[in-house]
Design a protein around this ligand. Sequence first.
Ligand code: UGA
Length: 447
Amino acid sequence: MRICIVGTGYVGLVAGTCLAEIGHRVVCVDDDRQKIEVLQGGRMPIYEPGLDELVARNLRENRLAFTADLKEGIDAATAVFICVGTPPLEDGDADLSAVEQVARRIGELSSSYKLVVEKSTVPVQTGKWIEKTLMVYGDSGRSEFDVASNPEFLREGSAVIDFLHPDRIVVGVEHPRAERLLREMYEPIIRRTFVCPVHSTCPATEPVPFLVTDIRSAELIKHASNAFLATKISFINSVADLCELVGADVELVAKGMGLDGRIGRAFLKAGLGFGGFCFPKDLQAFVKIAERCGHDFRLLREVDRINQARVPQAIRRLKEQLWILKEKVIGVWGLAFKPDTDDLRYSPAIALVKQLLAEGASVRAYDPKAMEKARGEIASAIFSRDPYEAVSGADALVVATEWREFEGLDLTRVKTLMRRPLILDGRNLFDREKMRSMGFEYLGIGR
Ligand code: UGA
């Protein structure tokens, strides 16, 4: 199938590359010419494990192309995916101006049938607006449109695997033709018939559930899924606070809860809270759209409030130990919003560093992948070459992102390098008893 992807952010780039990987002809369009040149040259604008090889191979084998010319992308395609950004406005609402603009241009430029698929995370009822826009700006004599919603559930850091081996594929359609095209497009993933670039043998054999709904329900499935996962995190973080007060261990509580199949272990990791460009903004946008429709989603406002209190609380705990932060040296391990990405957007680690700097502390930061991007964000921090340099002479260390490489470090060396062996383990990465027996003053989250 010939596919055009508009927008080469995380979702667009991964979706386009993976659709090429399973055999389609894909043209990815972006109006950022510099980014397009980078991609045409086979280089990556983001760090995402495994994606660079897939892009390079599909470029070489002519299944994937990048262009800044939207008409070129649309002309060649039957299906056009809208994957542009929906950043937050001041009031928390999603800014849909890029979605509207792309829909308008698709209307104006199309000269034959197009299936227009919204893949960006958008508030419910956006599909209806896309349809209206296509009708207003399209030439009904030349072109015909179906609109569909096909939300994406990939996670940064494991995006390729998530796209190729999803838990489910959701499509919201109003016309059987749209359902047929999308089913055909995803057939290799549903039936697991493609040659997997990640696993030598496919990890699962059952077909992937393909859920067909109306457009509004598909839009809600995306927002509701992210909001539910965020709720689990804020829930366990509140339990962690209680654990600290009563002397229980949140890791054990989460384990015991998670063994109940109805609850599950996932997303019950207590810590500095959730970040990234999805949960915080999607939560706010979901609350906003609900409000506009006359529903006060109080539960989610509280989820957000609990999350926003995580970093200030960590700062308070450091102050309880260090008294004054001014001129104290604080090592910070991890800057990305989670491991295996260089994405800093809404990163709790960056919020923490900013607050430490505002208190007058001297921050020595280290992250395996996000250092370059961080320089612009926290310019007055000292960027260390490795995790050891970050703790040298430090009065405390904060583990802000749970990169695997931190687990294997020589902790005896870490302790010797620090001025005071105080660790605030913001992601409960280390074994509390082991750390204490080594002589660290160890503070975890909810333990
Ligand atoms: C999230 C969803 O998991 C994806 O399904 C969705 O497609 C994506 O948003 C999106 O809407 O595009 P992502 O933001 O990449 O994916 O990252 P997650 O792995 O979900 O983590 C989000 C944040 O929650 C991170 O800051 C992470 O550290 C935090 N988290 C996660 C916890 O604090 N505790 C947990 O138990 C799990």
